[in-house]
Design a protein around this ligand. Structure first.
Ligand code: ADP
Ligand code: MG
Length: 242
């Protein structure tokens, strides 16, 4: 399996605080990697480094053939291949769902309005929201807004999707609909890395679980590793019900 993402001995500090302390992992094509761990363990920073939203001090990061650690990296080229969705949806409030999705394809990829609209309809259908194309964000539930945000990323036809706790701001009843969209994406063969507190989801959907602790990959393995933790730290983390 060819690696879409490869981190090797990555180090990152904020001032005197070491946040990533020699992180290495690989994610292959079509793989779904779930990154889990306590708050502050470096999960979001790892994800942000993959998309060059942070620079690293040491180590190498390769993403879809881009050398992300290289100072000469073309970030726009990298971000054409990588979609990222955060906890906050950041939709433009004055644009409809469809217009929010059309923005990047028309501005960044110079697609015609007609083509971008067609694409928007297509990705809205993929997240089950074709009926909401003309709705403004405030007319949508949190779960629906997050699905629009995912659709917006998909419209750029990324090779890799990153999700950082995309359900954490949602009520439990809205979490399921967003997880369902992510599960469908995974089944469709999308390569994904997701930071999540949804252990049941990680167990079910992830081909690889990466447990981070104190800026290190503490334990990694298939979803089943959550049933049989090898370290005291993961045992405690799984036991805490997070
Ligand atoms: P997680 O996502 O696992 O909760 P983060 O990667 O967000 O962890 O943060 C890891 C550590 O890095 C925390 O101690 C956090 O306070 C610190 N940190 C994250 N981003 C910044 C930043 N921009 N400036 C300073 N410290 C940061
Ligand atoms: Mg985080």
């Amino acid at each position: 399996m060819s690696a879409v993402v490869s981190l090797s001995n990555v180090h990152k500090s904020f001032g005197a605080v070491k946040v990533l302390d020699g992180v290495s992992f690989e994610v292959g094509r079509g793989e779904v990697a779930a990154v889990i761990g306590q708050s502050g363990s470096g999960k979001s920073t790892a994800l942000r480094c993959i998309n060059a939203l942070e620079t690293i001090e040491d180590g190498t990061i390769s993403v879809c053939g881009h050398a992300v650690h290289d100072r000469k990296l073309d970030k726009r080229e990298l971000r054409r291949d990588v979609g990222i969705v955060f906890q906050s949806y950041n939709l433009f409030p004055h644009l409809t769902a469809e217009q929010n999705i059309m923005l990047a394809p028309t501005c960044v990829k110079s697609l015609s309005k007609a083509k971008a609209r067609e694409l928007a309809r297509e990705v809205l259908a993929r997240v089950g929201l074709e009926a909401k194309a003309d709705h403004y964000p405030e007319q949508l539930s949190g779960g629906q807004q997050q699905r629009v945000a995912i659709a917006r990323s998909l419209a750029m036809q990324p090779k890799l999707m990153l999700f950082d706790e995309v359900t954490s701001a949602l009520d439990p009843q809205l979490t399921g609909e967003v997880l369902k969209v992510m599960e469908d994406l995974a089944r469709g063969g999308m390569t994904m890395i997701l930071v999540t507190h949804e252990m049941a989801f990680a167990r079910k959907v992830a081909s690889k679980v990466i447990y981070m602790h104190k800026g290190k990959v503490w334990e990694t393995g298939p979803g089943a590793m959550l049933e049989n933790p090898q370290t005291e730290e993961l045992k405690a983390f799984v036991g805490s019900g997070l």
